[in-house]
Design a protein around this ligand. Structure first.
Ligand SMILES: *Cc1c(COP(=O)(O)O)cnc(C)c1O
Length: 474
């Protein structure tokens, strides 16, 4: 086995890649056509020969790395994918090698124990009661629960399924009759309506809630929305709050919404896929004030917790609701057995499930509590500073004062075709940003995920946007 030699080559080249990226020595993004990548990598040839080892592997890896989008580059400001922590990436390697599909405890005790630990860690951060380690004590008293999933979309599906079955447990077997609805604002992530389609509620039964101009749920309009829904014969499975929203990074007032939901007996699902990282920061925790009054929460570790993709968490205040969401039985796995641990399989859509907790734990444990807090503070602070700086430029405007690390802005001088500007920036390759449309206007959008990005990069981006708008090269 060439594992050690090949592994050393891979690690050495990844380390070079990291330094090139952080130092901005290579373009953040470079896109060549599919066929060229196929040819450069000699995909068909290696498959035929089975020669992917030693120098051949190294050459292959370097071509691969040259065709990646570099998340560790300080100009990488486009999407909400975590700037993966190298120690977290080692977690992915260990998990891939050991391949312990841990949804059944005996198939991966270490991985399952770490997932259990991480779920409890998050439950305690929220202010909910953790799961008892003695499995016999499960559900003998009220406590929280949860599961790690392969992504936030799956976590949202699982949360809304839990809420749906909590509303009416017969739906799992009999199907919904078209009267079950979900209330969510237009700022909700599209995975919410996708989930509604998948779990049989129906995409058209996601009823839009009114928002203010920043896209925050307007509390004063909730009562009417609930009344109208009831008058139309709708039964509300859940109300979804964003903390924060994907497009603009704005936090819905979760605590106030939770009070309303409690008074009206409505399941509150807080989608904290992106913004849940604020739980780790003393400075920004107030953005999530009252979060503990929600019924279910999702947090993506692969967004603001620097964990390699994919790893998301679904957390519920009452573990019994999640235990009842799925009730499948397969005799070869669900039989009476004497075991010291917990089977997550009863909580998840997935059957074979990776040891997601390992990379999550390893990323956080390498940084420590203070490290992750300072990462959140730094990226959120920088978005504020960038917002003030851009708003002060005569030829730019900022859509909304940022609350998280997401900032939407636009170039206002003609020609101000924001998408053309973005395309030109991407071709230049020094900066990579995204775009968003808000209140029928096109904006440029930056998401500060990289702990290495600083104000010099932001100033550089703004001059690059000016150059791109004037048709010159950045
Ligand atoms: C990213 C995101 C999701 C979806 O998570 P994935 O991990 O990409 O599937 C859901 N909700 C919000 C608010 C998000 O930002």
């Amino acid at each position: 086995m060439n594992f050690i030699e090949d592994g050393n080559r891979v690690l050495a080249n990844l380390a070079d890649y990291y330094h090139q990226s952080v130092g901005g020595k290579k373009k953040v993004i470079r896109q060549v056509p599919i066929r060229e990548i196929h040819e450069e990598l000699n995909l068909a040839g290696h498959l035929k020969e089975g020669d992917l080892t030693g120098e051949t592997l190294e050459a292959f890896l370097n071509t691969y790395l040259d065709n990646t989008t570099r998340l560790h580059h300080p100009g990488c400001l486009a999407h909400q994918v975590g700037c993966s922590h190298p120690t977290g990436a080692l977690g992915s390697l260990i998990d891939g090698f050991t391949n312990n599909a841990m949804a059944i405890y005996e198939m991966g005790p270490a991985a399952a124990a770490i997932e259990f630990f991480m779920i409890n860690h998050l439950l305690c951060k929220i202010g909910w009661r953790p799961m008892p380690e003695k499995i016999r004590e499960r559900l003998t008293f009220p406590h929280g629960g949860g599961v790690l999933t392969h992504g936030g979309s799956l976590a949202n599906i699982t949360a809304l399924l839990t809420a749906r079955n909590h509303l009416d447990s017969r739906i799992r077997e009999q199907g919904a009759r078209g009267d079950v609805v979900i209330l969510a604002s237009d700022a909700a992530h599209y995975s919410v309506s996708k989930a509604a389609g998948i779990i049989g509620i129906g995409e058209h039964n996601v009823i839009p809630l009114e928002t203010d101009t920043a896209g925050r749920i307007d509390i004063s309009k909730l009562e009417t929305a609930v009344q109208t829904t009831a008058e139309n014969g709708g039964r509300i499975a859940a109300l979804v709050a964003n903390a924060c929203s994907t497009g603009t990074g704005i936090y819905d007032p979760v605590g106030d919404i939770a009070d309303f939901c409690r008074e009206n007996g409505i399941w509150l699902h807080a989608d904290c896929a992106h913004g849940g990282g604020a739980l780790f920061s003393d400075k920004y925790r107030p953005l999530l004030a009252g979060l503990e009054k929600a019924d279910s929460i999702i947090i993506d570790a692969h967004k603001m917790l620097r964990t390699p993709t994919v790893c998301a968490s679904l957390l519920v205040k009452n573990a019994a609701a999640l235990d009842h969401a799925f009730a499948h039985r397969a005799s070869y796995i669900f039989h009476e057995k004497d075991q010291p641990g917990f089977d997550f399989i009863g909580q998840s859509v997935e059957c074979t499930k990776a040891g997601l907790g390992l990379k999550f734990y390893m990323a956080l444990a390498a940084m420590g509590e203070k490290g992750i807090a300072s990462y959140i503070d730094k990226t959120y602070d920088l978005a504020r500073e960038a917002g003030d700086y851009i708003a002060a430029q005569p030829d730019f405007e900022v859509a909304i004062k940022p609350e998280s690390n997401i900032l939407c802005f636009r170039y206002t001088q003609t020609p101000a075709d924001q998408l053309a500007i973005r395309n030109r920036l991407i071709r230049e390759g020094a900066f990579y940003i995204s775009a968003a449309s808000l209140n029928a206007r096109q904006y440029l959008r930056m998401v500060i995920m990289n702990p290495e990005t600083d104000m010099a990069d932001i100033r550089g981006l703004i001059s690059a946007v000016r150059q791109a708008a004037s048709g010159g090269s950045a």
